[in-house]
Design a protein around this ligand. Structure first.
Ligand code: ZN
Length: 310
């Protein structure tokens, strides 16, 4: 038996593993690929968008809550291993949390690369999936830093002269950048409109710089979209109520709407047929009551009896 292929993904915050490429990981998992997740920060700066989950206890210990949610999402997606890189969420650009000494974006490059190298050497992935160098669309300092550390770690992991005390060298074969696709967003947007539904995709999605021209690889995820929805739902502190607003349930909703519309069309057709039959019946009944008084009815009955002998 050949050894399984291994995949390692690098993400910035808890919930990124759900929103980016989760269906892809689920699909490869089903094909027997062993997958590991590296999450660089604890998500301490996440917004509690779900008001139902907002309590003093959750606020006091958001890191622990998010770590638990991350594990739940990772289980749903099918990750075998979850590694925390151990840094603090840096928050959005120009916010006070950017200055926190433990924040990921302030971490010395050498140190952060070393932590990732140690995980790569432990998990020995053939393929690494990380963020792109071009992040004009969403410039979170932690997301930018994910690329900053992944590129040198990819090479250093296989270099016996680099980080010699951090395990046996292992050279991954390929590295992919995960990215959003405007074509996909537009297709979903158009489907909403076509179905007469309100699209969750506002103007911002279509003015955001597109990176579609850089896409080299597309992964078929039919049958795996629900994994993404379920993994996002597992991140209840941040995502639960945002789901509807942000259209993360798009596929499920569109499918449901299409099924309901099909049901409605079938019901309307049935209703029309019933109405037509009722109209015909009442017309026939009307004709009969006009044209066939009781004695004639008896004659008709006799001829019917004759017919019955055939
Ligand atoms: Zn993030």
């Amino acid at each position: 038996m050949t050894a399984p292929l291994r995949l390692l993904t690098v993400h910035a915050h808890p919930d990124d593993e759900a929103s980016k490429g989760s269906s892809t990981v689920a699909r490869y998992r089903d094909e027997g690929v062993e997958s590991s997740l590296v999450c660089c920060t604890g998500g301490e700066e996440g917004d509690i968008l779900n008001k139902a989950a907002d309590s003093p206890e959750v606020r006091a210990d958001l890191g622990t809550v998010r770590r638990r949610e991350l594990q739940r999402a990772a289980d749903i997606i099918g990750y075998e291993h979850v590694h925390m890189l151990g840094y603090r969420d840096s928050g959005m650009k120009d916010t006070p949390s950017n200055d926190h000494p433990d924040s990921f974006h302030r971490a010395p490059l050498d140190e952060a690369v070393g932590r990732l190298v140690a995980i790569i050497r432990q998990r020995r992935p053939h393929v690494i999936v990380t963020y792109a160098d071009d992040q004009q669309g969403y410039q979170h300092p932690d997301h930018v830093k994910v690329n900053d550390i992944s590129v040198p770690a990819f090479t250093a992991a296989g270099d016996p002269d680099a980080y010699g005390d951090l395990g046996e060298p292992w050279q991954p074969l390929k590295m992919y950048y995960t990215t959003w696709s405007r074509a996909r967003i537009k297709a979903m947007h158009d489907k909403f409109i076509e179905l007469g539904l309100e699209s969750p995709y506002g103007e911002g999605w279509f003015t955001r710089p597109s990176t579609d021209d850089k896409v080299t690889t597309r992964v078929e995820i039919s049958g795996y979209y629900q994994v993404r929805v379920d993994a996002l739902l597992a991140q209840t502190a941040e995502f639960n109520t945002a789901l509807n607003a942000a259209g993360a349930r798009v596929a499920g909703d569109v499918q449901k709407a299409a099924a309901l519309r099909a049901q409605l069309a079938a019901a309307q057709k049935q209703l029309a047929a019933i109405k037509a039959a009722a109209a015909a019946a009442s017309k026939a009944a009307g004709n009969q009551s006009k044209a066939t008084p009781a004695p004639t009815y008896a004659t008709t009955g006799a001829s019917g009896g004759a017919g019955g002998d055939d």
